[in-house]
Design a protein around this ligand. Structure first.
Ligand SMILES: N[C@@H](CCC(=O)N[C@@H](CS)C(=O)NCC(=O)O)C(=O)O
Length: 213
């Protein structure tokens, strides 16, 4: 029998969305348990290490985003076929995490001067890392290998968060191959179904699904 999956995360994208997208892409039914900020103090002690995301698999709670993504990637055969393929995938994933981490750091930084410094750091990372990923995508058609892998779904999350956090900047204007990749990924019916029905969250969807699809 297929395992049962319950995902616990805030009602926004963040570290929860990669897991939601992987489950959705794979057509795996899951309970999408979202909660609001105010409920967190009550929920925190029920989690294994006081953090989310938590993925409950057949009633057992697991935590830490990257290993959970890797596990789902193996279930869905979105991982590498050998160690070097896994290395290529995980290198792309780490580059994407680095960008996402800085983007969230900036979002939650209350001090204006510090916020500006973090924005400079973010722009620097984008130039180097998105530049490299754009070149790789041009060569391979996908972000890490010449077929879809879990790194592509992490990319979709980063794409959306950057569009939201850097609204007005058109952050992917300089990266046409990544823009095309986003459009290609959004043609997937399972992803479309999930994205169209997901609950409204604290960030707006960055996909204009009507024109993107
Ligand atoms: N290394 C962990 C970090 C998890 C993490 O920092 N989660 C944040 C939300 S994105 C959290 O639970 N924050 C609330 C808290 O620490 O009280 C992972 O990747 O899952």
């Amino acid at each position: 029998m297929a395992p049962s999956y319950k995902l616990l995360y805030f009602n926004f994208t963040g570290r929860g969305e990669p897991l939601r997208l992987l489950l959705a892409y794979g057509g795996i039914p899951f309970e999408d348990n979202r909660f609001e900020w105010d409920d967190w103090p009550k929920i925190k002690p029920t989690t294994p290490i006081g953090q989310v995301p938590v993925l409950e698999i057949d009633g057992v709670k697991y935590t830490q985003t990257t290993p959970l993504c890797r596990y789902l990637a193996r279930v869905l055969k979105l991982d590498g076929k050998d160690m070097l393929e896994d290395l290529a995938i995980e290198t792309a994933v780490e580059m994407l995490w680095d960008i996402l981490k800085t983007a969230y750091e900036r979002k939650f930084e209350p001090e204006e001067e510090r916020k500006k410094q973090i924005l400079d750091k973010l722009h620097g990372q984008m130039t180097v890392l998105l530049g490299k990923l754009d070149e790789d995508t041009k060569k391979n058609g996908y972000i890490a290998l010449n077929r879809i892998t879990w790194a592509d779904l992490i990319f979709l999350c980063v794409y959306e968060d950057l569009q939201n956090f850097l609204a007005g900047e058109d952050p992917f204007k300089k990266y046409p191959n990544l823009e095309n990749l986003k459009n290609k990924l959004l043609k997937n019916k399972n992803l479309q179904e999930y994205l169209l029905k997901r609950p409204s969250n604290t960030v707006n969807t960055a996909y204009d699904l009507k024109s993107d699809i």
